[in-house]
Design a protein around this ligand. Structure first.
Ligand code: AMP
Ligand code: MG
Length: 327
């Protein structure tokens, strides 16, 4: 049984006993453990079926913790932390020896972020250690944005998930690294590129891998695997919704759209934001995808969202979940 709890003391008890617990963040739910406990970190990899070459993000409550985890921190990292912490920004920095190699997949760098969810901040503040937490989904599956979904994914495998409501952002953190003075975005996320650039000027965006599951040499963030965040139903990114629906009259089709309703009545559909608001669309993205996945459809189709601001991050996730289909 995995209980949904709202008492941070109970969560802290489990965590102090090297157990792993589902936690809310403003991005998506995480699967958390004591960063200094080899046993807890191993459990995260096992339960998530996550390959050990895929490193974890360390979650801290206060800025002071940063200097214990990382060294040679560039000025731009401080500027970005100042602007976006607490919030959905993950910094990749040279690691200190206290960080277990298992967490960083033997990389010389560690990923750190300070989450903005108040319940998680309260939990971190009563714990004597930071938490490592990847998203609380089995490897390659849709990231959870509610406690119920975490309990469903890991029932019988973790003791508890902390109820923190539906995640405000609904999409993972933006991951930023530093290479020879240059700021590099390794994963598009809840903070749009434009906002990062408003603080540190022009950034580069790391080349996305087209591989499925297998990391390519030099690939910095495995969240960049081509197939990721995927529903189990066949999901296709089409050029024209109506043409696809008309060409498949005997199939059960669900539509995931940004603002517009599907051109054919009676079809299962999820509109991400009727008002065309990117924040609302990212907040609803994974839950909408999950509902479609559970609707016993033959196909889920989409044409993506406008490719700007947060829309770019949403399209990044959609392009990993949906296969391109040219009609
Ligand atoms: P998740 O929390 O499941 O979204 O996964 C965390 C993401 O952070 C993964 O894509 C990791 O690869 C990435 N990450 C963690 N540590 C590092 C690191 N040292 N360098 C690059 N990416 C990292
Ligand atoms: Mg993930």
């Amino acid at each position: 049984m995995c209980s949904i709890i709202d008492d941070i003391e109970i969560a802290a008890d489990w965590l102090c006993k090297d157990e792993i617990v589902g936690i809310p963040t403003e991005t998506v739910y995480g699967l958390a453990g004591n960063m200094f406990s080899e046993q807890a970190v191993n459990k995260i990899f096992t339960v998530k079926q996550r390959p050990t070459f895929n490193p974890l993000i360390v979650h801290i409550a206060k800025g002071e913790a940063l200097s214990r985890l990382a060294h040679s921190i560039p000025t731009q990292a401080y500027q970005l932390a100042e602007a976006f912490w607490p919030g959905p920004l993950t910094l990749i920095l040279p690691k200190n020896p206290s960080v277990l190699p298992l967490i960083t997949a033997n990389k010389p760098t560690v990923a750190v972020r300070m989450p903005a969810h108040s319940l998680l901040q309260n939990l971190l503040n009563i714990l004597p250690f930071p938490l490592v937490a990847p998203s609380a989904n089995p490897f390659t599956r849709i990231s959870p944005t509610s406690a119920g979904q975490v309990a469903q994914y890991f029932d019988g495998q973790i003791p508890a998930v902390l109820e923190g409501g539906n995640c405000e952002k609904g999409i993972e953190s933006t991951i930023v690294g530093f290479e020879q003075g240059q700021v590099v975005i390794y994963r598009l996320g809840a903070i749009p590129v434009e906002k990062i650039e408003s603080i540190v000027g022009k950034v580069s965006i790391a080349q996305l891998s087209k591989s499925v599951h297998i990391p390519q040499e030099g690939l910095m963030a495995p969240g960049m695997f081509y197939k990721h965040y995927a529903p189990t139903t066949t999901a296709l990114w089409v050029d024209n919704l109506q043409a696809f629906i008309e060409a498949h009259p005997h199939k059960r089709i669900g539509v995931l759209s940004f603002q517009e309703t599907a051109p054919i009545t009676g079809i299962t559909q999820e509109v991400l934001s009727a008002m065309g608001n990117f924040d609302e669309a990212s907040h609803r993205l994974y839950a909408a995808l999950d509902r479609l996945d559970k609707a016993q459809l033959d196909y889920i189709i989409t044409t993506g969202v406008p490719d700007q601001q947060l829309g770019r991050s949403i399209n990044d996730r959609l392009s990993r979940a949906f296969k391109r289909q040219h009609q």
